[in-house]
Design a protein around this ligand. Sequence first.
Ligand code: SF4
Length: 566
Amino acid sequence: MKVLLAAVNAKFIHSNLAVRYLRAYTEDVDYDCRLMEFSINDRKEKVLETLVIEKPDVVAFSCYIWNIEYVKYLSSLIRLVCPECIIMYGGPEVSFDSEEFLSANAGDFVIEGEGEETYRELILKLLGLGIKRENITDNIRELTITGLYTKADGRIHYGGKREFMNMERIAFPYDEFSDMENKIVYYEASRGCPFNCKYCLSSTSHGVRFHDIERVKTEMAYFVGRGVKLVKFVDRTFNCNREFAMGIWDFLLKIGGTTRFHFEISADILSDKELALLSRAPVGLFQFEVGVQTTNSDVLRNINRNVNFEDIRDKVCELEKIRNIKQHLDLIAGLPGEDFESFRRSFNDVFCIRPEEIQLGFLKLLKGSQMRDEADAWGMVYSPEPPYEILKTRDISYYELVLLNRVEEVVDKYYNSGKFGDIINYFIPLFETSFDFFYELGEFFHRRGLFSKNISSADYYKVFIEFFDENFTEDNLALKEIIKFDYLKFNKKRWLPEFLLRDINKDTERKIRAKRKKNIHVEKYFIDILGYLDQGEIAKGEFYLTYDDENDKIEGVPVAELQNQE
Ligand code: SF4
């Protein structure tokens, strides 16, 4: 029997952990099981061809909000060209309305919730009894398996709810053939979350189950040994068990290697001991994703998050001070009780911390979540199609959410990329708040139709000059020089876009090089750029910087040295 475990990921760089778990959990079973991963950007007909050409007996799809429409369409095509193929679905997007989903779609089975044991039992039954698609109905008694919905006989049969499995039975999902060099490696050290945020599916199951810590250490050593670039822990709140988190962080600090590790954490519960341990981490070893969602205490209460933003801020700021851990802070727009002004405050509160990244998300009313049940009470209108994104609430209009969408796009492009930091710092004091700067920039992008245009990377810088000229009457020389500084940090120095100023005397350039290194780049500025970055004061004049790519060094040429040359 040939089974294709099919995953359609949101991006090429992603990989699917669930299908790997299923394969690993049936490794001892004598059947032909293959993983097939695609991305939602792949043409469906091409994916169909890739699957069908394998002549599978079973295709099993891993279903999430980002791929469910794709999977529905793909499975209907498989049914057309391959009527004898068994199709099964599993994953969060089919686990809360499994019966309706199976009735409305082309497949034969839905595996509800945690899939490993149900999948294994089903595969063993199909193999042992030689069940084909045409005789599912004849075998419906045997196929009544806990955790499984089966379509047979024009009806849906359900085997009842399955208990959570023992974590010790979960198999390690990777092997020596796994492509670890080019993909992010996802890893799960625990399942479940102790918190109960209303919009989140993790709050629908209670309690957290952990792997034995020694097992986690062994598996981490395996990744480090294989030179994996990035391991992303998918644990919902990695640090919810202090001893466990400390034990693993401590191990990762000691093991060395080049692998980096990403964790979703609750910053407010970090203790002094944990902060002291984390302060020892080399730069870049750890990355943290911290869910803030809102800084409005009433809204936090409305979504059942019993945290104070002040506690999160204090811990995140302490970590920022250490400057060794990249932090990514999440905000959600459209939460119950949060209006536009409150979201603006939340954004400004988070921006004040200056984390490396700020992700603005929009509330999604997931099937099975408490928030979805309460939608009417909050006047929430959301898309009936995945990802069920909020369209308006009693507190925020559709139009306001559209405006926030524009803010999200410019924050992601300009702030999160980390390439425009000095330009952003120049603009922010010119506006009442940081939010207002991004808001106006988003509106500018919209008015100029830039969101739908393919703009070159140089033009992303040029936008700032046009934006400035539209909003201010002052001379834009200082801005152009700051743009030049940011531009040269991340781009080749030989060529400068025409909207930036380059006017350097070859003789001066040669003399500066002669005193230093032959292969450094010399750039002339018309303001004291380093003085401005240090003091915030703009002084006009002629100033020179040298760029040494070999050791990533940018240095100013003292004015006295230039005078001596004359
Ligand atoms: S949002 Fe995070 S903290 Fe809240 S229940 Fe979900 S996983 Fe847990």
